[in-house]
Design a protein around this ligand. Structure first.
Ligand code: 2NE
Length: 272
C-alpha cells in the first residue's frame, strides 16, 4: 500500500491512500507509542483534517511498528494535575476530548492494532468504530497498577462490549488478553496474521467506501445516540436537520425570511 504524507507532525504521521482512506499513526515506538499531550493535540488536528477532507471516507488509527498500538498516557509527563504539555505547569486529560471527537466524527474510524493496546491505548481502540487486530495484539488495563483509572468510556463501553464481570476483571486484575481472547469476548472485529494486518484493514475500509457515506454517518451516530445521552441525540438530531435543509419546505422558510415575507407552508403535506 502506497501512502502519501499529507501533513507534517512531530508525534504522528498523517497519510492518505488516494482512494478515500486517511491513516493516522502514533509514531513514538521507543515508548510503545505512549501519548503525551502534544500527541493527542496532533491526532485531534489530523482527525479534523480527515473530517473536513471530502475525499476521505474512512480513517485508520494505528501505532508505529509491530510492538504496540499504544501504551496509554506517557507516564514521564504525568504530573499532579494530569498530563502536562511541555512549557506548561498545569496539566489535564487531553485524551478525554479525543474520545468524544472520535465518537462524534461522522466517518468510520478503524483501529488497526498490532502489539500492545494497553491502558489509555486500550481505551483509544475501544472508542474507534471497528478494531482489526494482528495475531500479536495484547489488550489490557494497568490503571490501578500505576495509580490511575478511566471510569468514562473505559468502563462503560468496555462493559457494554464484554459484559460487566469481564470489564471489572480487566480493571480489577490488570491482566493482559491476547488477540484470540479479545475476539472471543467481542472486543475486536477480526484477527489476522501480523503481516496481513494493513491489507485486511484497508480491505475493510474499501468495503465501507463502496457504501453510502451518509448512511454510514447516520448509522454511526444512531449507535451513539442512546449511549452518549443528550450529546448523542443532539448529533443525530442535527443530522436530521442537515437533511431537512435540502427539502423545499425548509427552503421556503429560509427564502421567506430573506425576502422579508410571510412563509407559505400551506403547500406542504401534514405528513401522517
Ligand atoms: C506496554 C507494555 C506492556 C510493553 O511492555 P514491553 O516489555 O514490550 O516494553 P517495556 O520495556 O516495558 O517498554 C519499552 C520502553 O517504553 C517505555 C518503557 O518505560 C520503556 O522505556 P525504556 O526502559 O526503554 O527507557 N514505556 C512504555 N509504556 C510507557 C508509558 N505509558 N509511558 C512512558 N513510557 C512508557 C509496558 O511498557 C507497559 O506496561 N507500559 C505502561 C502502560 C501504562 O501503565 N500506561 C499508562 C496507563 S494510565 C493511562 O493511560 C491514562 C489513564 O488511566 C487516564 C487518562 C489518561 C491516560
Amino acid at each position: 500500500m502506497n501512502w502519501t504524507s499529507a501533513a507534517d507532525y512531530q508525534d504522528i504521521r498523517y497519510e492518505l491512500s488516494g482512494d478515500g482512506i486517511a491513516k493516522i499513526t502514533i509514531n513514538r515506538p521507543e515508548v510503545r507509542n505512549a501519548f503525551r499531550p502534544e500527541t493527542i493535540i496532533e491526532i485531534s488536528d489530523a482527525l479534523e483534517k480527515a473530517r473536513e477532507d471530502e475525499t476521505v471516507g474512512v480513517i485508520i488509527l494505528t501505532g508505529e511498528g509491530p510492538l504496540a498500538f499504544c501504551s496509554g498516557g506517557d507516564q514521564r509527563v504525568r504530573g499532579d494535575t494530569g498530563y502536562v504539555p511541555g512549557g506548561k505547569s498545569v496539566g489535564r486529560f487531553h485524551v478525554t476530548d479525543l474520545h468524544v471527537q472520535i465518537r462524534r466524527l461522522p466517518k468510520p474510524v478503524v483501529a488497526m492494532v498490532a502489539g500492545y493496546a494497553i491502558g489509555g491505548g486500550q481505551i483509544l481502540h475501544l472508542v474507534c468504530d471497528l478494531t482489526i487486530a494482528a495475531d500479536n495484539a495484547k489488550f489490557g488495563q494497568t490503571g490501578p497498577r500505576v495509580g490511575s483509572f478511566d471510569g468514562g468510556y473505559g468502563a462503560s463501553l468496555l462493559s457494554r462490549l464484554v459484559g460487566p464481570k469481564k470489564a471489572k476483571e480487566f480493571w480489577f486484575l490488570c491482566r493482559q488478553y491476547d488477540a484470540q481472547q479479545a475476539l472471543d469476548m467481542g472486543l475486536v472485529n477480526t484477527v489476522v496474521p501480523l503481516d496481513r494486518l494493513e491489507e485486511e484493514t484497508v480491505q475493510w475500509c474499501r468495503e465501507m467506501l463502496a457504501l453510502s457515506p451518509f448512511a454510514l454517518r447516520l448509522v454511526k451516530l444512531s449507535f451513539h445516540a442512546e449511549e452518549d445521552g443528550m450529546a448523542g441525540i443532539q448529533q443525530l438530531a442535527h443530522d436530521a436537520n442537515l437533511l431537512f435543509y435540502g427539502s423545499d419546505e425548509a427552503k421556503e422558510g429560509r427564502e421567506a425570511y430573506k425576502a422579508k415575507r410571510r412563509p407559505d407552508f400551506s403547500q406542504f403535506p401534514k405528513r401522517s
